[in-house]
Design a protein. Structure first.
Length: 168
């Protein structure tokens, strides 16, 4: 299932998406938040473009375990978004996601002047990776789930080509 994660801020919203197999989280977009209505439209378009089946919104839980001002503002935004979507929306703890994202970008050699434009979508990817890992742990705790079809690695390329030919 494709999952889209959002790192919602006052000025910018980072967007990341998983692949269909829920293995990889990839930063996708940075949405500049000039108005709430415009941001909601842009986020809804990104979710539709990704063909997401689940949306995860990062929620900053404070170190005392409470939801304070910023978290409540994010919840208000997310609830407006939920009313527009035809897919489920859940929350995930985003504590330190921006710190982890900045560390990753620095390790990847991103120049300091370019960090600001990339950090939000990278933070969304960090949030999404945490969710994907949690989902893997939950699946392994309940036992292996047999996929409908199994493919060897060399067969995946052929499958991709067939799906492209089919217009997927």
């Amino acid at each position: 299932m494709v999952i889209v994660a959002l790192d919602v801020g006052e000025a910018r919203i980072g967007v990341a998406a998983s692949d269909e197999l829920e293995l990889i989280a990839t930063p996708r977009a940075l949405i500049r938040r000039k108005t709430t209505a415009g941001a909601l439209d842009a986020v809804a378009q990104e979710i539709a473009r990704a063909e997401a089946q689940l949306v995860v919104v990062g929620l900053p839980v404070s170190f005392d375990g409470q939801l304070h001002g910023q978290a409540r503002a994010i919840q208000a935004f997310a609830e407006k978004l939920r009313r527009r979507l035809g897919v489920p929306l859940i929350y995930a703890d985003e504590t330190l996601s921006s710190v982890r994202a900045e560390e990753r970008l620095r390790q990847a050699g991103v120049r300091p002047e370019r960090l600001r434009e990339r950090i939000d979508s990278e933070a969304a990817a960090v949030i999404l990776e945490d969710v994907l890992e949690q989902r893997r742990r939950e699946r392994s705790a309940t036992g292996p789930v047999e996929p409908a079809e199994r493919y060897e690695l060399d067969e995946l390329d052929e499958l991709d080509e067939r799906q492209e030919d089919d217009g997927r």
